[in-house]
Design a protein around this ligand. Structure first.
Ligand SMILES: [Zn+2]
Length: 502
């Protein structure tokens, strides 16, 4: 469950296909009514085992997975655990090159080893160290390499800059407590004048914190992973618009400029300055993965229709003080539900329609994995998605409590929810409550909005450990996960009629 709804959203609710809320046609080959089993369904339900669920929850939500942040080593390890299970159970590849569906994120992490600065004096080069000799804001982590002459600009006031030729040069500026403009405004002004970048140093009246202290949080931030979902060219353009600013504690001796008395603005220094930054990862992109297992249907007419069952397998990771957020319920529970379903499908054999088990990443950061998949869906040739059942946080609270959205009070109420409602009592759940207030908070919303297919979200509510370090496997009601998996298996069985009326 994501802490916040995704940032970029349209306000309109989705238009679902087949809004006719006709009763589900029960007369299909593998069952004769709600709850009544067929041998295949019985075998599938039997294959959903409590001990396997316990083992999976404890592994996926173990400290060693580090809270499965997107991106992280623990997330990668979890993805491979899921993929290995799919392989063992004989699932077909659900992505182009296997079980893993990669998608890129933009990385804002500085590659320290490949970033630096230097003062150039003819053939002589004096290297400067980031975090010791010079500093910059973490928001300015980017890839660039800039070299040019250095021109003294005083405090970069309009009067001082009026006559100066700055094109292709580093502007060396002082800052004092009396300096009125912000560093951003100063950078903007200098950029408009064609400067390459700005070197900032404390002026004689500077009363702020020493740069070493002032920039300590920025150093930490610049060298920690910070990723975002690619927003396209507009964001790239906006980022390029920032003029690099370098803050130097002792530039006078480094750049060999005599500041007593300060030179006239416009004076060219005897040295040149070079500064280079590099984003970690391949060109500032890091790959993360969804995990996809395809269970082909066997009905010649219906096998191209694919039911998507999704759960996010990421969580919020480890804090800088070492506290691990294991996310056993959020969403170790849903992740495990899908593994239990994989075993059930194996025992069942093919359904008439195909099923894609889809574990998505990046949910906690803003539903990124489902956004990536729905923006570029991949299914075997000729297949199309027809509906989505999404599972997030189903292992806590009262054993008989389960919520659903869209509920009957929601405008997107559909046949999937009706199926869930009709089978709830078979698995010892009370009549399903409403999760409508969480409509925007998990991945189903991307399937509804971007693919315009009916969706159903199963959820058993938040609790005191929601997004806290205490969301641990010991507190999980694994029998509840077992019954949710059985409920979804019954729903899958109920989705095999000739015509889907959702
Ligand atoms: Zn969450």
């Amino acid at each position: 469950m994501s802490h916040l709804p995704p940032a970029v959203r349209t306000a309109r609710a989705p238009v679902l296909i087949g809004t006719v809320l006709a009763a589900i046609a029960w007369a299909h080959p593998s069952s004769s009514g709600p709850g009544a089993g067929s041998p295949k369904l019985d075998a599938a339900l039997e294959a959903i085992e409590l001990d396997a669920i316990k083992a999976d929850v404890h592994y996926i939500a173990s400290d060693e997975m580090g809270g499965r942040d997107t991106p992280s080593e623990g997330l990668k390890a979890t993805a491979r655990y899921l993929a290995a299970r799919l392989e063992r159970l004989g699932f077909a590849h659900g992505a182009q090159d296997g079980y893993l569906y990669p998608y890129p994120l933009e990385s804002r992490m500085l590659d320290l080893a490949n970033s630096g600065a230097a003062v150039l004096d003819g053939d002589k080069q004096t290297a400067l160290e980031f975090g010791k000799d010079y500093f910059f804001f973490a928001r300015e982590v980017a890839t660039h390499e800039l070299e040019g002459p250095v021109v003294y600009c005083g405090s970069a006031s309009d009067a001082e800059l009026a006559e100066l030729e700055l094109t292709g040069k580093w502007a060396l500026c002082t800052e004092d407590s009396s300096t009125r403009s912000s560093s951003r405004e100063r950078a903007r002004t200098l950029q408009q004048r064609g400067a390459l970048g700005v070197i900032v140093m404390p002026g004689s009246n500077y009363k702020g914190k020493p740069y070493e202290e002032r920039f300590r949080p920025e150093i930490d931030r610049a060298s920690r992973a910070s990723v975002s979902y690619p927003q396209g060219n507009a964001a790239e353009g906006a980022r390029k618009a920032v003029l690099p600013q370098v803050f130097m504690a002792k530039p006078a001796q480094r750049l060999r400029v005599d500041l007593s008395p300060p030179p006239k603005p416009g004076k060219l220094l005897d040295v040149r300055f070079r500064e280079w930054r590099k984003l970690a990862g391949d060109g500032g992109l890091v790959q993360v993965e969804n995990v996809c297992g395809f269970w082909p249907g066997d009905d010649p007419k219906l096998k191209h229709e694919v039911i998507l069952i999704s759960a996010h397998y990421d969580h919020v990771g480890t804090r800088s003080d070492g506290t691990i957020y294991n996310g056993a319920d959020d969403n170790g529970s849903g992740t495990t539900t899908l593994l239990a379903l994989a075993a059930a499908l194996k025992a069942h054999g093919p359904l008439r329609r195909s099923v894609l088990l889809l574990w998505v990443s990046g949910e906690e950061k803003g539903l990124w994995g489902s956004q990536a998949w729905t923006e570029s869906p991949w299914l075997p040739s000729g297949c199309k998605p027809v509906c989505n059942i999404n599972i997030d946080m189903v292992g806590r609270n009262a054993g008989d409590k389960l919520l659903v959205t869209p509920s009957k009070d929601h405008q997107s109420y559909n046949g999937l929810t009706k199926l869930a409602e009709s089978f709830a009592s078979n698995e010892k759940f009370k009549p399903l409550g409403s999760a409508d207030e969480y409509w925007e908070r998990s991945d189903h919303v991307n399937f509804a909005r971007n693919l315009k297919i009916p969706v159903c979200f199963l959820f058993s509510d938040v609790h005191a450990d929601y997004h806290q370090p205490g969301d641990d496997p010991e507190k999980i009601d694994c029998d509840k996960i077992r019954r949710v998996a059985r409920l979804v298996m019954r729903m899958l069985d109920g989705l095999q009629a000739d015509e889907l009326q959702l």
